[in-house]
Design a binder for this molecule. Structure first.
Ligand SMILES: NC(=O)c1ccc[n+]([C@@H]2O[C@H](COP(=O)([O-])OP(=O)(O)OC[C@H]3O[C@@H](n4cnc5c(N)ncnc54)[C@H](OP(=O)(O)O)[C@@H]3O)[C@@H](O)[C@H]2O)c1
Length: 322
C-alpha cells in the first residue's frame, strides 16, 4: 500500500511543489486535500486529480485512509492543526517556520510525542544534494576547521493587500521567520548547534507589522562564527548573488547558491590551496520527493527524521530571543 497523504492548507507551496511530489514519488499517494474556501479546494483537487476534498481540517484528519498530513497553512495555525492531526493518529510534516511562538512549537513536539506520532518540519534544503555534499566535505575536514559561515537569503517582497506574511500575529515576524528559519536550519545541519546569538531587526523599506531587514550574529558550539542576513527590502535579481552560503575554513572555502533551489541545481565551488573545483550541478530530482520519502522511512523504521522538530525549535528560539 502506498503511503497516503492529506494536505491541510492546499495553497501556494502545496500547489507549486508538494502535491506534485506526493503524486510522483514512488510509494506515495496524495489521497485528500483541505482548504476552507470550497471553490478553491475543488479547483485544487481537480488540478491534481484528488478525489477526496475537505473544507474542514477535522474532517480530513478523521479520514481513515490517510497515514500522514502535510500542513501548508500560515505559521500561527501550525500548532492547532498539528494537535488535531496528532490526536487523530496522523503523522505530521509541517511547513516552516515550525510555529509563530516558542510555546506553540514546544506544544507541537509534546502533542506528537504524547500521541505516538512523528513530526518533521519541512526545511527542505537538507535534501538538496549540494548541501549533502557539503556536509560530507565538512565531516571529512576537506576545508580544515570551519571558522566562519556567511548566509544571505533575500527575496524582494513588498507588502501586498491581505498578505499574511506581513502580519506579526500570523507570521510571527518578517524575513527572519520566513527566510532566516531556513538559514538557521541549514547552518545547524552543516555546522552543528548554535551557542550564542545577537539579532537585529528593522523596518527600513516598508512600514508593516514586521521587520523587512534582519541580521543575526552567531557563535556555534564548535566555536565558529556565523552571520545570517535576510531581507525582503533589498532587490537583487540574480539569485546566485542574493541567496548563498559561504563556509570558510582553515584549509579552504565552500560556496553554494542559490539557497531556494527545489531541484538541487546551482553553483557549488570548493576553493583550496590546489585551486578551485567546480561542483555545480544541473536540475536533478524534485527535492520534495526526497523529503517525503525520508519522512516515510523514519515513520516506518522509527529512525531519525531528516529535520527533527527540536532543531526547528532551537532555530525559533534564536530568532525570537531578540
Ligand atoms: N509559498 C512558498 O514558496 C513557500 C515556500 C516555503 C514555505 N512556505 C510555507 O508554507 C506555509 C504556507 O505558505 P503559502 O505561501 O503556501 O501560503 P498560502 O498560499 O497563503 O496558502 C495557505 C493555505 O492555507 C489555508 N489556510 C490558511 N489559514 C488556515 C487555517 N487557519 N486553517 C486551515 N487552513 C488555512 C489557505 O486556504 P483557505 O483560506 O481557503 O483555508 C491556503 O490554502 C507557510 O508556513 C510558509 O512559510 C511557503
Amino acid at each position: 500500500m502506498p503511503f497516503s497523504w492529506g494536505i491541510l492548507g492546499a495553497g501556494d507551496i502545496a500547489r507549486k511543489h508538494v502535491a506534485a511530489a506526493m503524486q510522483n514519488a514512488p510509494g506515495h499517494r496524495l489521497a485528500a486535500i483541505m482548504r476552507r474556501n470550497p471553490a478553491e479546494a475543488v479547483a485544487f483537487a481537480k488540478d491534481f486529480n484528488v478525489d477526496r476534498v475537505y473544507t474542514s481540517a477535522e474532517d480530513l484528519v478523521a479520514d481513515p485512509t490517510i497515514d500522514a498530513v502535510f500542513i501548508g497553512t500560515p505559521p500561527s495555525s501550525h500548532a492547532e492543526l498539528t494537535a488535531l492531526a496528532a490526536r487523530a493518529g496522523k503523522h505530521v510534516l509541517c511547513e516552516k517556520p515550525i510555529a509563530s511562538t516558542v510555546a506553540a512549537a514546544q506544544a507541537m513536539i509534546d502533542v506528537c510525542e504524547g500521541n505516538n506520532v512523528r513530526l518533521m518540519i519541512c526545511h527542505y534544503q537538507r535534501a538538496n544534494t549540494r548541501h549533502q555534499q557539503i556536509r560530507q566535505w565538512l565531516n571529512d575536514a576537506v576545508i580544515g576547521r570551519v571558522v566562519s559561515v556567511r548566509l544571505n537569503f533575500s527575496s524582494y517582497s513588498p507588502p501586498t493587500p491581505d498578505a499574511w506574511r506581513h502580519s506579526r500575529a500570523v507570521a510571527g515576524g518578517g524575513p527572519i521567520m520566513d527566510l532566516g528559519s531556513h538559514c538557521l536550519d541549514l547552518l545547524m545541519y552543516l555546522c552543528g548547534p548554535i551557542d550564542t546569538a545577537a539579532v537585529l531587526t528593522d523596518s527600513l523599506a516598508y512600514h508593516t507589522d514586521v521587520e523587512d531587514t534582519a541580521t543575526m550574529l552567531l557563535r556555534l558550539k564548535s566555536g565558529a562564527h556565523a552571520t545570517v542576513t535576510t531581507h525582503w527590502s533589498a532587490h537583487c535579481p540574480d539569485p546566485e548573488q542574493s541567496n548563498a552560503i559561504e563556509i570558510w575554513g582553515t584549509a579552504g572555502m565552500i560556496l553554494s547558491s542559490p539557497l531556494f533551489s527545489k531541484d538541487s541545481s546551482g553553483k557549488l565551488l570548493l576553493h583550496r590551496a590546489t585551486g578551485c573545483e567546480d561542483h555545480s550541478r544541473p536540475a536533478g530530482k524534485r527535492i520534495h520527493e526526497d523529503v517525503i520519502e525520508q519522512f516515510r522511512i523514519a515513520v516506518a523504521t522509527g529512525g531519525p527524521m531528516l529535520v527533527p522538530a527540536e532543531d526547528a525549535l532551537a532555530g525559533l528560539e534564536v530568532i525570537l530571543a531578540r
